[in-house]
Design a protein around this ligand. Sequence first.
Ligand code: FE2
Ligand code: FE2
Length: 136
Amino acid sequence: MAYMDWRTTLEVGHPKIDAEHKSLVETLNRLHAAMKQGKGKDEIERTLLFMKDYTVEHFKNEERLMMTYRYPGATVHCAAHADLVKEVGTFIANFQSGKVLLTSSVLNFLEDWLMKHIQGEDMALGAFLKSKGVVA
Ligand SMILES: [Fe+2]
Ligand SMILES: [Fe+2]
């Protein structure tokens, strides 16, 4: 069973953003499976790094759209992105040095953040893009 299910209430209405969010949910599920199955540190680290890189790329794509269409909520939205990237970066560094382990609470934090961010800031961005007729 998947850790986090994709649901239509997570769709923001922009095809590329939605596709990237689906991939993020899948990656979170892979991370959960790796933890549950007691996979080694290397595999968990690879998945964590993939997730971070993918997230950074995804945030850049959203931010590009915000700049292009002069999104009024860009400052607050970009700050939320920067906070998460920083937090995940700190976690990965601590994981790599053996100071912390990947636990359910870390996964819960990521799931919670993703849900709230998608249904909050990203949904508002999606509505804005839709109002401008942006579909790609
Ligand atoms: Fe976002
Ligand atoms: Fe997003």
